[in-house]
Write a protein that binds this ligand. Structure first.
Ligand code: AMP
Ligand code: MG
Length: 482
């Protein structure tokens, strides 16, 4: 059966100044490397049809599917704190939208499909295969961890080389998102004083993502709530996004743009992996504060829609923003309370959580394995000085006794459901990508398979994926590959 994609492109119906229409740039020799059959089914697409040569041409950007209306989105954004009034998809094209099996509208986008009107001067609009596979692995791992994220439908090798310092094989990713609308999309129109476009975008976003929101201020509040929830979930798995620019902060509350992102191994709160983050702006522990900064930029962009009285608009935006610290602290506490097997909110919980984290930092404990080992009772082995855990454990055990279901089995079950055994450890991802660049996809597919069941104890033959890196294996720097 030939591939049919039932496109319904709502973004393309917005005014022309929201995007630039153009076709993807063809590649030499497309080869389908990865196809996400489960996601295809969710989207109502026939996975077998997606593997046919004609479909692979579409996934590579060599052909445009019937009903697709490819366009590069316009947006702006603060990058490392500096504002760029015009960014836009320089190497990605929105092919269109489909309404999935659950009635949710989803974007289908190609990433690495050639230069667009928004390309960085002199750059190619392409993606090296390594970062394409990396995004596939990590985004699907996030999904399995229960964290809102863009998804990866397919990865295609282009048969062409891209130059990133050295020549590397090229790739194209098919990315699925609730939408690709970012804080930077609002900033783009705000910077131009285009209040009419801001209103149209706001109406579109409310209809699409927040139908219950009653107006602009309510939208701001809803985005704050979703993003606070998201960053708290990142913190709970030791995820460092790496480039939390406002153009990488999605309005729908999904994790987006897997560039130099990475997971913490040994718990060091100010960890930075990204090779371009020289001052640690986007370190693990800074993420909730950086998000506050990004949300303030969103609030600022929305001000023209909050009434003619600018002072009053600022006051109400500020009042809404002031709810953020409590929101994010609450979300963070909820995430970590679950990680400790606690189901009820108690006064001293925040201190209990903070106390464990400081001991983990001092004790050079592996973030993932320490939490996972709470269920088996050998978390202490992960600390340089196990006694420092014992002191904390006493407090935790007495807190657990006040739970409605304090039985050892019930607690262990809650702990296993909240603390993954397997995360995409950097050194494993790097090993997989380096094998892939030599033509061996087996480590990549093995990793993807293992990461799809993160809360189960892995079978013996996947157990190595839970090990922290040795000193020789440790990866200190990650690169975004743009
Ligand atoms: P990123 O940080 O990857 O989201 O990219 C920031 C800006 O650079 C966006 O405007 C991108 O569209 C653009 N960009 C990134 N990579 C490329 C590339 N290889 N060619 C052209 N433009 C790019
Ligand atoms: Mg980006």
């Amino acid at each position: 059966m030939p591939l049919e994609i039932p496109f319904d492109n709502s973004y393309a119906r917005l005014p022309e100044r929201f995007f630039v229409r153009q076709s993807p740039v063809p590649v030499k020799a497309p080869e389908l490397l990865l196809l996400n059959r489960g996601l295809a089914a969710e989207l109502g697409l026939d996975a077998d049809a997606l593997q046919t040569p004609d479909a692979v041409q579409i996934l590579a950007g060599n052909a445009v599917a019937a009903g697709s209306d490819p366009l590069a989105l316009a947006y702006a954004g603060h990058q490392f704190g500096g504002f760029s009034p015009v960014l836009g998809d320089g190497r990605a094209l929105l092919l269109g939208e489909v309404v999935d099996r659950q009635g949710k509208r989803r974007d289908i986008q190609l990433k690495g499909s050639g230069r667009t009107a928004f390309s960085r001067p002199g750059s190619d609009g392409r993606a090296p295969l390594g970062p394409v596979l990396r995004e596939f692995i990590v985004s699907e791992a996030m999904e399995a961890l229960g964290i809102p994220t863009t998804r990866s439908l397919a990865a295609v090798a282009t048969g062409e080389r891209v130059i990133r310092g050295q020549a590397e094989p090229g790739g194209v990713l098919t990315r699925i998102a609730a939408s690709h609308i970012r804080i930077g999309t609002f900033q783009y129109f705000a910077a131009r004083g285009d209040t009419e476009a801001l209103q149209i975008l706001t109406d579109h976003v409310i209809a699409r993502h927040f139908p219950e929101a009653s107006g602009t201020l309510d939208l701001l509040d809803a985005v704050i709530a979703r993003q606070a929830q998201l960053v708290a979930q990142w913190m709970g798995v030791g995820f460092i996004h790496g480039v939390m620019n406002t153009d990488n902060t999605s309005i729908s509350g999904e994790t987006i743009d897997f560039g130099p992102c990475a997971f913490i191994d040994t718990f060091v709160p100010n960890t930075v992996y990204s090779s371009i983050d020289h001052h640690g702006r986007y370190s693990y522990q800074n993420q909730p504060d950086i998000l506050a900064w990004n949300l303030a930029q969103f609030a600022t962009a929305l001000l023209p829609l909050m009434g003619a009285d600018r002072e009053a608009a600022i006051a109400s935006a500020q009042a809404t923003m002031e709810l953020y610290p409590d929101r994010v602290r609450g979300a963070w506490c909820d995430v970590f309370r679950r990680k400790l097997g606690l189901t009820r909110d108690e006064e001293g919980d925040e201190r209990l959580i903070g106390d464990l984290l400081s001991r983990m930092a001092a004790g050079q404990a592996d973030f993932t394995n320490t939490f996972r080992a709470l269920a088996t009772g050998n978390a202490r082995d992960h600390f340089v000085q196990p006694e420092s855990f014992d002191q904390w454990e006493e407090n935790w055990r007495s807190r657990l006794r006040r739970e409605p279901e304090p039985g050892a089995e019930a607690v262990a079950e809650r702990l296993r459901a909240a603390n993954p055994a397997i995360i995409p450890r950097n050194h494993r991802v790097e090993q997989a990508l380096s094998a892939a660049s030599d033509g061996d996809l087996a480590p990549t597919t093995r990793l993807i398979g293992a990461l799809s069941r993160p809360f189960e104890d892995p079978p013996a033959d996947l157990e190595d994926l839970t090990h922290p890196p040795t000193d020789d294996e440790r990866v200190y720097r990650t690169f975004c590959g743009t």
